[in-house]
Design a binder for this molecule. Structure first.
Ligand code: TYM
Length: 323
């Protein structure tokens, strides 16, 4: 029996290299070995996206990105979170077990508060909707980047709390975080993130990708000077693309001097473009038939819904609302 894998991405902007290496690549690499469920977390994105056209465009874009990156709808159940409304019912049961101080410890909420933002209830309750996403499908493995670790811990705690209150109901999921790509750095060396405006878009035009790569922050060492690869933001990104020997050769060129940061950036640009060339073509093909993409999501939702309904039957019974 294959283990069940589940993960999702929010349609709240354009997919970047951090999402690809930190998440989607894992989903693709694991799709043969796991009973995989990958979804578009549209309900989560409504915590920030409040524009109908923007949201529906983002949802289609993420579906295209998933397919272009190599998720095979024959192997992976691909669906939209909001198509399985049971997840919001489960969120309510979890809400009634969750205390306010416990949610006040969530990093994302604390960060938003610290920035003086007026936080909506959706942001506050975000980890609980995510716990429902994970637990309703009896997921065992949740591949994510480091920034989602705390959220998976909330799901584990919530499962344990529910089990001890209402009786054994949920499996306890594990986060799967690949060390080398746990935090993909952005053009300024901080975690790549839409909110830091330091992203390299996965499916941007050549010009957009070039602009982002040329923006990578370096020190001011001239071409001839020896450079330290380990502190160089460009080198950190080369690590995503090059194998051990190629990295060793590049590292040598850095330490010997004679290689400019510009040359290193140009190399990185061609590594990125080589990676995405076949994915771009696939994306073009899928985008010519959006009805097919919608049908893939609908199929996935039908499959996910059957599992969610079966689980909700048990949950409703255990909570006591089923008479
Ligand atoms: P989201 O949309 O912010 O990010 C999607 C995935 O990309 C990973 N990621 C990164 N990994 C490494 N380095 C980076 N710089 C980087 N930036 C993003 C994230 O860790 C994530 O794995 N809350 C989730 C969506 C979600 C979900 C779920 C995930 C909703 N329900 C259930 C798993 C299971 C989110 O906002 O991801």
């Amino acid at each position: 029996m294959k283990k069940r894998l589940l993960s999702g991405i929010k349609p709240s902007g354009t997919m970047h290299l951090g999402n690809y290496f930190g998440a989607i690549k894992q989903f693709v690499d694991m799709q043969n070995d796991y009973d995989s469920f990958v979804f578009i977390a549209d309900l989560h994105s409504i915590t920030t996206v409040h524009n109908k056209d923007e949201l529906s465009k983002n949802i289609i874009n993420i579906a295209l990105d998933y397919l272009a990156c190599g998720l095979d709808p024959e192997k992976v159940c691909l669906f939209k979170q909001s198509d399985v409304a049971e997840v919001t019912e489960l969120t309510w049961y979890f809400n009634c077990l969750t205390t306010v101080p416990y949610l006040e410890r969530a990093t994302a909420y604390k960060d938003a508060k610290a920035k003086g933002k007026e936080v909506n209830v959706g942001v506050f309750d975000y980890p609980i909707l995510m716990a429902a996403d994970i637990l309703i499908y009896d997921s065992e493995v949740v591949p994510v980047g480091q920034d989602q670790k705390q959220h998976v811990e909330y799901a584990r705690d919530t499962a344990q709390k529910f089990n001890s209150t209402f009786g054994e109901t949920f499996k306890i999921p594990e986060a799967l975080i690949m060390k080398e790509v746990a935090v993909v750095p952005g053009t300024d060396g901080k975690k790549m993130s839409k909110s830091y405006k330091n992203t390299i878009p996965l499916f941007g035009t050549d010009e957009e990708i070039k602009k982002a790569v040329m923006k990578i922050v370096t020190d001011s060492k001239g071409t001839d000077e020896p450079k330290d690869p380990e502190t160089c933001n460009i080198f950190k990104l080369h690590k995503l693309f090059l194998n051990k020997e190629e990295l060793a050769t590049l590292s040598d060129r850095y330490t010997k001097g004679g290689m400019s940061y510009k040359e290193s950036k140009e190399m990185l640009l061609s590594e990125i473009l080589d990676l995405i060339k076949p994915m771009r073509e696939k994306r073009e093909n899928y985008s010519e038939d959006l009805d097919n993409v919608r049908a893939i999501l609908k199929n996935g939702a039908n499959k996910a819904k059957v599992i969610a309904l079966g689980k909700m039957n048990i949950i409703r019974n255990n909570v006591g609302v089923k008479i």
